[in-house]
Write a protein that binds this ligand. Sequence first.
Ligand code: LLP
Length: 425
Amino acid sequence: MDHFLYKDGVLHAEDVAIPEIADVVGTPFYVYSTATLTRHYRLFDEALDGLDHLVCYAMKANSNQAVLKLMASLGAGVDVVSGGEYRRAKAAGFSGDKIVFSGVGKTRDEMCLALEGGIRQFNVESEPEMVLLSRAAESLGVVAPITVRVNPDVDAKTHEKIATGKSENKFGIPIARAREVYALAASLPALEVVGIDVHIGSQLTSLEPYEQAYLKVAELTEALRADGHQIKRLDLGGGLGIPYERSNTAPPLPIEYGALVKRTLGHLDCEIEIEPGRLIAGNAGILVSEVIYVKSGEGRDFLILDAAMNDLIRPAMYGAYHDILPVIEADAGADMQPFDIVGPVCESGDTFTKNRLMPPVAPGALVVFRSAGAYGAVMASEYNTRPLVPEVLVHEHQFAVIRGRPTFDEIINRDTIPEWLEGSA
Ligand code: LLP
């Protein structure tokens, strides 16, 4: 459930009409709903009720400072994957003991940043990383709390680019080698083993792969404890999918996921962390765009929008489906017509969808991409020198621009001309 609904035939974000925002900020722009973000965080928090737990929002999904601040105010922890994300998390008010650091390629600088600024745990993904982290911690005179990310070799049955728990993926260490890797961790002077980490992929639409993975983690917990390791915390990753296509069957709910966690791991008396990103932010955001042209092609018609692949890359990158709706609600009996919906970027890949049935829309009409709050703005680029689009946060009847559109001067002036080219043109 989200808070983007038609009221009197006009799409609203909570109590704000979308055209009202468009008049102020211009198109295209992203809009997020505070109520939806809050609701989704709470669904996870409540799903783990009864377990000692922390929901660590995977900020890669949407790392706007305002979104982070909201999450921090709700009591969330945060999952970061770079020094940049760590800095953003701190700037938004997360204390170090609520920040977990994931990722296969942490650098020494990033490790030191987190060791100095405070960290709940590093989710370590390889032996060389373990050795480097121990050295970095030793040089600072501190001990680094770690889990080891294990790769359970489970098929998450999702898009191949976002599956991470198969043995051929670059993530984690093979679960079969976990005991020797934990033995290495215990032998390193500046590491403290606190638990196990696992994350098998994103946009999972069934609980079965989680069940397989978590049963393996339960078994490993017992084995590692028998080896003398302290396993007091299990980080179970993120990945629960969202219903992009409302006509399809809906993925499992957080409450069902929570029940699975309790059933497979509840007896181990561990603190549970989860790292959802998409389910918190995805359906809490839309991308609003204006139709520039309606163009008749050879055997097909195009809707040419002012948003493009640089603003929302998911369709071009993963063939992802997003619902596209007109801001002014179509009449019940409206004549639907198929369109290829495209952006202005000079690539045929700049196609959001083909043959999508749409009600009549004219140039100047506003349309929205639903489910764009996660992996939307964060994956945007300025390809074709198209400025990053603004982000707006709505709260009941109020809205605020939480990232403005850069000016062309700002974009151009980020480049610098070397001395030897000065005055040459
Ligand atoms: N934890 C780890 C270690 C992750 O790698 C990810 C996502 C998450 C948590 C959060 O997963 P979520 O709950 O958001 O599914 N750009 C792609 C998604 C990439 C996901 C990468 N890792 C997309 O647009 O579909």
